[in-house]
Design a protein around this ligand. Structure first.
Ligand code: ZN
Length: 236
């Protein structure tokens, strides 16, 4: 009850600022397999989503801007939308990028380093090679609208790992991306939305500025930057 009242009071004093949307793949032809299908949106659907939000007065911002707004450093007159794509699918480069450039929409790609060049399989897409190549990742990174972020080495449920195991997945994935791309990586997202108290202390001490959950709803001023909520963008 006290928790409930505290949350109510917190929400009253900390107005909603916007939404961080979670996406995975953008494909012309969605799969019939339900587990795959729920990760996929069509270009037309993504385009309609952008147009609808713009029509309703939302402003599209990068993950850096979103964090700055949540921290209270920057104020916007309008609510924001921040687009994020998890895992590092090749179609983020081939299909999403041209569309988002056309609409001038910033976006972030959270890359599991093991999926780059398909070194590790994406087991939920058996026998398919869907990961970005290192060249495509570099090309995405060179796009001013795109921010590359970390999403572990091998996409585990972090909550299931030892502290050492979590440390390796988080710190090494960040530093591998930094070596590949030649600059700092600031943002992280939890695979499967899985984390525990150890995960939070590791992401804080790793020099990251934010970490994203897989659910939770809208974001408010003063939210914990290492537990930022997201809303999954789902196409029926
Ligand atoms: Zn993921």
């Amino acid at each position: 009850m006290i928790d409930y009242l505290y949350r109510k009071l917190h929400n009253l004093t900390h107005p909603t600022l916007g939404r961080i949307l979670m996406l995975h793949r953008v494909v012309e032809q969605r799969s019939d397999e339900p587990e795959q299908r729920e990760l996929e949106v069509t270009p037309r659907f993504l385009e309609q989503t952008i147009e609808t939000y713009r029509h309703e007065g939302y402003i599209f911002v990068s993950i850096d801007e979103a964090c700055n707004i949540i921290k209270g450093g920057k104020r916007l007159k309008h609510p924001f939308i921040c687009l994020t794509f998890d895992d590092g699918y090749r179609d983020n480069y081939t299909t999403a990028l041209p569309l988002l450039k056309r609409h001038n929409v910033p976006f972030a790609v959270y890359v599991t380093t093991g999926f780059v060049d398909n070194k590790l399989p994406m087991w939920w897409y058996p026998n398919q090679q869907l990961g970005l190549s290192l060249d495509e990742l570099t090309a995405l990174d060179n796009e001013p609208l795109c921010t590359i972020c970390a999403h572990t080495l091998s996409h585990p449920k972090l909550d299931n790992l030892t502290v050492m195991g979590q440390q390796k997945e988080i710190v090494e994935s960040k530093s591998i991306l930094e070596q590949w791309l030649g600059h700092q990586i600031q943002h992280f997202s939890y695979p499967h939305g899985s984390y525990n108290d150890d995960t939070l202390s590791i992401v804080k001490s790793a020099g990251l500025s934010s970490a994203l959950c897989a659910w939770g709803g809208t974001v408010r001023r003063g939210d914990n930057p290492f537990l930022l909520h997201r809303i999954e963008l789902r196409q029926q």
